[in-house]
Write a protein that binds this ligand. Structure first.
Ligand code: SF4
Length: 246
């Protein structure tokens, strides 16, 4: 039927930017282009991407076809295949399967991070699925049945766990979650307690506070002999603070 995509095929895009480096988790340091989708079924107390979460910003989320997203990604990357990072918001609530297929056909790879609340059959088409369940400090409650459905849907993708830790309660919770999924590679990350307000991406970051939390987290992991965990800071926050688009 012609070339006009159905509305249900359109992806709500908050921003596309790069190339830059992935600042956290298993792919830290790797060149990537980010596709940040708009909308999230969570509202974490310390969310650092409210411009892609709060409904009041939805006027800035462009409905784009998979072809239009790929064209912009390719333009950003200078037409050279690169790792594409799908983030949000919660990218799982967007129809991303056709985008992944179109990108793969051109040699691009795809990594996606989601909290694991909504499973999609295209998770298995990803090159990397980062499941990041939100700890108690987020104010959210994990639906473990939904999380397990995400894990099952991701069969075929390299899947890792990433848990943000703000305090001792989060740390204890992370240990429990890790015990539940003993076969998944595990990344721990100190939280940024000074996230940017949606309208001001230049808000100051408490680098000292984040560094202190990182040292505390490393200390706990080492003291507990938790050698399965990889502890990483958010490299982009260290380098660029809360600035957007880097
Ligand atoms: S799941 Fe992620 S994007 Fe959604 S509210 Fe929580 S931190 Fe923000």
């Amino acid at each position: 039927m012609g070339g006009i995509p159905a509305v249900s095929d359109l992806i709500r895009v908050s921003e596309i930017f790069g190339p830059t480096i992935q600042g956290e988790g298993a792919l830290i340091g790797q060149p990537t282009v980010f596709v940040r989708t708009g909308g999230c079924d969570y509202r974490c107390s310390w969310c650092d991407s409210l411009h892609a979460v709060d409904a009041e910003h939805r006027h800035g989320w462009a409905p784009m076809s998979p072809e239009a997203v790929m064209a912009e990604v390719a333009r950003c990357a200078g037409e050279r295949p690169i790792m594409v990072t799908l983030s949000g918001g919660n990218p799982a609530i967007q129809p991303l399967g056709p985008l992944i297929a179109a990108g793969h056909a051109r040699g691009y790879r795809f990594a996606m991070e989601t909290q694991g609340s909504v499973a999609r059959d295209w998770f298995g088409d990803l090159d990397m699925l980062v499941l990041s369940p939100k700890p108690p400090s987020s104010g959210m409650e994990v639906d473990w049945a939904a999380f397990d459905a995400c894990l099952a849907a991701g069969q075929g993708a390299e899947t890792v766990l990433k848990i943000v830790v703000f305090d001792a309660a989060d740390y204890d919770w992370a240990r429990e979650v890790a015990g539940r999924y003993p076969d998944l590679p595990l990344y721990l990350q100190p939280g940024n307690h000074t996230p940017p307000p949606p309208a001001d991406d230049s808000a100051a970051v408490d680098h000292e506070g984040i560094d202190a939390r990182m040292r505390w987290l490393v200390g706990r992991v080492v003291a507990d002999g938790w050698y399965r965990a990889t502890v990483l800071p958010q490299l982009h926050v260290t380098l660029w603070g809360n600035r957007r688009g880097v």
